[in-house]
Design a protein around this ligand. Structure first.
Ligand SMILES: Nc1nc2c(c(=O)[nH]1)N[C@H]1C(S)=C(S)[C@@H](COP(=O)(O)O)O[C@H]1N2
Ligand SMILES: [Mo]
Length: 521
């Protein structure tokens, strides 16, 4: 029987040679790398599958939280010293401070493991708190940081085991290599998947704090009837429908954004974020609609958009005679064919930078998208827009045109019943039937409701806030027991009734009457 079995060797063996200080430091740094790497990857995955409000991994969150709490003199110093790179400098600074803290914790852990683990957990908790402090953060956004911290704690707890071999102590090289590699690969994959989301998030937070120049819009009080079950007149960003071809949402840094005007113009023009900021911006109420919206569907939403009129940018470039289309391109290659006239006439076609007062959410086009009253989104509302090519319908085709959709897409007059819903059971007596109607850039003049085969009867319209938005309506229905079909139809401001003919969305928008069948008790 041998007495040198490694199994029976106590961990705190006095004859175990003291490990150099830097071993502990490196253990701490690798544990930190593992934590940040896995948190970055987890945050990117959660964001990609739509399970997060798009909050960043802890590094960007800590940087962002730091900016919010930075005294003005330090902010001024940073901008003066690093210029427009101040955000990158901040991210680098955060990483350096974190690495130093992890090194210190690693040294502590080598001597007193429990104290080291507690200190590491505290740093993780600070990271999670920073994530949760970001505007719009939800509880789930802390999950990546908690997971990453757990992995770092596990790694750090392993390092206290004696690394011994037949010849005594051996270096923990393999441990560092493995832990470091996993952390680095995860961080790299996470940043690829997140599309540079850290810098983008810091950039979007900065935009949120920048005051907007220009006039404020006041939404008329009577525009929202506030009938229970009726879609709010202004749809909150988090409820707004989203349609695009992007598999991974592009996350741009506003400072890197450029928009070129090319093609049939007197002079090509390029503007950047700073130039756009210097313009007099406008606020406009515009209801966005998807051409794929079925009768009664919900691919439609209304918001306050803040932006610079596209016509002013196009005027700088000077479109040449003969041009009739603008081919808009986004950073991910999507294109939309918009009639030149819709971008140059007096309607509020905007290069929008805000949605309901907030910087555009990443899914809705941060930093800049186009919004054009009266046209379906696929021919007009380019998110992450990077180029406007002045051209002709004869010369260029947009993304959806060869896929069976019309090159032009004016929005068709339509109406929808929101409440009661199909299949609802309601009590006999007065029932509020309510919904929305839209004929963007023409306006709604009248809405009528029909119950079963009774004559069409006028609904009461909410205040007309803008001809570019939908309009709410309500109809006081005297409901009698039995099963009933409720129908709605709208008239535009020119007195034209919506088409009752059933047509599918392709190629240029659905038509037909929305019918809801309910049971009355
Ligand atoms: N870059 C880009 N912009 C895009 C699209 C797209 O696929 N890519 N889809 C368009 C379509 S079809 C619609 S209906 C609107 C939807 O805008 P939303 O997602 O902000 O509601 O965006 C438009 N802008
Ligand atoms: Mo769309």
């Amino acid at each position: 029987m041998t007495t040198t079995s490694p199994v029976t060797r106590p961990e705190t063996s006095p004859e175990q040679p003291a490990r150099p200080l830097w071993w502990g430091a490196l253990d701490g740094v690798v544990a930190g790398l593992l934590t940040v790497g896995l948190a970055t990857l987890a945050a990117a995955v959660l964001t990609a599958i739509g399970q997060s409000s798009g909050q960043p991994a802890p590094i960007a969150a800590v940087s962002g939280a730091f900016i919010d709490r930075t005294p003005p003199w330090l902010k001024d110093f940073a901008i003066a010293t690093f210029g427009t790179n101040d955000k990158r400098a901040l991210l680098v600074g955060t990483v350096v401070v974190l690495a130093l803290a992890c090194a210190a914790i690693g040294i502590l852990a080598a001597r007193r493991l429990t104290a080291g683990l507690v200190a590491f957990a505290v740093v993780g908790a600070v990271g999670a708190a920073a994530v949760l402090s970001r505007p719009g953060a939800a509880a789930a956004d802390a999950i990546p940081t908690v997971l990453g911290t757990a992995a770092g704690l596990w790694f750090l707890s392993r390092t206290s085991r004696p690394a011994t071999g037949p010849a005594g102590a051996v270096g923990p090289g393999r441990r560092w290599l493995l832990g470091g590699a996993v952390g680095a690969v995860a961080a790299y994959a996470g940043s690829l998947l997140g599309g540079g989301s850290a810098a983008a998030t810091v950039s979007r937070d900065a935009v949120a704090r920048t005051p907007v120049r220009g006039t404020k819009l006041v939404v008329p009080a009577g525009a929202d009837l506030k009938v229970p079950g009726l879609t709010p007149y202004i749809v909150p960003n988090s409820d707004f429908y989203r349609i695009d071809t992007a598999i991974v949402v592009p996350r741009l840094d506003a400072n890197d954004w450029r928009l070129k005007v090319t093609g049939m113009v007197e002079r090509e023009v390029e503007i950047d974020w700073k130039t756009l900021q210097s313009k007099q911006l406008q606020e406009a109420l515009i209801t966005l609609t998807c051409v794929s919206n079925e009768v009664g569907g919900d691919l439609i939403g209304n918001a306050v958009w803040t932006g610079w009129p596209v016509r002013e940018l196009l005027a700088m470039a000077g479109p040449k005679p003969g041009a009739d289309m603008v081919l808009q391109t986004s950073v991910d290659g999507f294109t939309a064919s918009t009639p030149l006239s819709a971008l140059t006439d007096d309607r509020n076609a905007l290069l929008a930078i805000r949605m309901n007062g907030e910087p555009l959410p990443f899914e809705h086009g941060f930093p800049v998208r186009v919004v054009v009253p009266g046209l379906y989104g696929y021919v007009s509302a380019t998110k992450w827009v990077t180029e406007l090519k002045v051209t002709t319908y004869a010369a260029d085709v947009a993304y959806w045109t060869p896929r069976g959709w019309s090159p032009r897409g004016p929005i068709k007059t339509a109406s929808r019943i929101d409440v009661p819903k199909a299949g609802d059971v309601v009590k006999a007596g007065t029932v509020a039937v309510a919904g929305v109607a839209w004929a963007q850039h023409t306006g709604i003049s009248e809405v009528e409701v029909q119950v079963d085969q009774q004559p069409w009867a006028p609904a009461r319209l909410a205040a007309d806030a803008s001809i570019d938005t939908w309009r709410q309506w309500v109809f006081e229905w005297d409901a009698t027991p039995g099963s009933h079909d409720i129908r709605v139809r709208a008239y535009d401001a020119k007195g034209q009734v919506q088409s009752p003919l059933e047509a599918p969305p392709a190629p240029d928008g659905a038509t037909g009457i929305h019918v809801v069948t309910v049971r009355v008790q």
